[in-house]
Ligand binder design. Structure first.
Ligand SMILES: [Zn+2]
Length: 99
């Protein structure tokens, strides 16, 4: 007859705040986040369209910067490839699908 004792700290990690997501963004794009951090990041994007928009805009800026610094003729057919981690693209797609 034990009462179920949910352990929020273990079963449901806290959602990141928008501010924390922005703090993580650089590390995320650089692939420096830990797996739990990336999951929390993606989970926030799945429920926060405004952060998705921000990340999408940031991604465009990064891509433009990369394109501007690449020598002519180096850019491939998809400049976003190699710049944006697959997990981030997936998170954005899922966030859009959910909205
Ligand atoms: Zn947010």
């Amino acid at each position: 007859m034990n009462q179920p004792s949910p352990n929020p700290a273990e079963s449901t990690p806290p959602y990141l705040t928008c501010r924390e997501v922005l703090d993580f963004l650089m590390g995320f794009l650089d692939g420096e986040l830990t797996e739990p951090q990336r999951e929390a990041f993606a989970r926030h994007l799945a429920v926060c369209p405004s952060c998705v928009n921000y990340v999408a805009g940031y991604r465009t800026t990064v891509r433009a910067t990369k394109a501007a610094t690449l020598p002519p003729g180096v850019s491939g057919s998809d400049p976003a490839a190699g710049v944006v981690p697959e997990g981030l693209i997936r998170a954005i797609r899922e966030a859009r699908r959910a909205s």
